[in-house]
Design a protein around this ligand. Structure first.
Ligand SMILES: *[C@@H]1O[C@H](CO)[C@@H](O)[C@H](O)[C@H]1NC(C)=O
Length: 259
């Protein structure tokens, strides 16, 4: 009984960790890096905690897939560190993925790594390697799918209330030749039906924890009850023995000292 309860617990626990949503995260949160820059990729659960049992995988530009153990890159190189990164569990489950570009050029586009929600404002930043302070004026052009969509003198451009039609490849360009960033894909995700968002976000974790937690609780109570019954039986046994002893003593007393 105890063994099967334990097995049930282990099974439920593994179900719980498998259904927890794991996502790949990049730090700093960007999809473009200059050559020699430092960045790291890790696997996190919904509570933003690092997860164990998942490893970071990367698909390099040539299509080769390699694990990226303790994926912390201290000096990025365009050929070896550009590519698609994701997390993979021992059982083969995979997380979302992110595409990272490492450039030997002078300009990068800082755009959201993760999908943005319809209706959000999204700011794109164009960064030049030799311009250190953000206050320096940078005449920048922004492109979507190769088409010029805006100019800025601050290096930033905000797209207000993004919609599905804003999805695409973005890049930026500063004055001068060869001062163009690589392209990054922006994903726009449909907004959840209004009013249901908080519940929807709460609902699934709660249900998951209930589904997993109820049998856990039940088996804990069951184990407790079994334990308590054992202890009770033991006490009853002791009491019975004690009263037997008393009877025996009384009997002995009677035998030794006849009235
Ligand atoms: C990353 O790039 C690959 C190849 O261009 C593409 O198939 C994939 O959808 C991209 N992934 C994301 C998350 O943008």
């Amino acid at each position: 009984m105890k063994v099967s309860a334990l097995r049930l617990l282990l099974l439920l626990n593994s179900l719980d960790s498998a259904s927890a949503r794991v996502s790949v995260t990049v730090s700093p949160e960007r999809s473009q890096f200059f050559k020699y820059e430092r960045f790291s990729v890790s696997c996190e659960d919904e509570e933003k905690e690092q997860v164990t049992g998942w490893k970071v995988m990367k698909r390099m530009m040539d299509g080769e897939v390699h694990p990226c153990p303790s994926c912390s890159i201290s000096a990025a190189f365009p050929f070896t560190d550009s590519g698609e990164y994701w997390c993979q569990s021992g059982q083969g489950a995979t997380s979302n993925s992110v595409n990272i570009s490492v450039t030997a050029g002078l300009v990068i586009l800082d755009s959201p790594v993760h999908p943005v929600i319809e209706g959000d404002n999204v700011t794109l930043s164009c960064r030049h390697k030799s311009i250190l302070t953000p206050t320096e004026v940078l005449n920048t052009e922004f492109f979507k799918d190769g088409r010029l969509i805006g100019r800025s003198s601050t290096g930033n451009m905000t797209i207000y209330r993004v919609s599905k039609s804003d999805e695409g490849f973005y890049k930026c360009k500063v004055n001068g030749p060869n001062n163009e960033s690589e392209e990054s894909w922006l994903t726009v995700r449909a907004a959840p039906p209004t009013g249901q968002d908080p519940q929807a976000n709460l609902f699934f974790p709660v249900v998951r924890h209930l589904v997993v937690g109820c049998p856990y609780l039940l088996s804990t109570i069951l184990l407790g009850l079994i334990g308590r019954d054992r202890i009770r039986a033991l006490h009853a046994e002791k009491r019975r023995q004690k009263s037997d002893d008393v009877i025996m003593e009384m009997a002995q007393y009677r035998v030794g000292h006849p009235v």
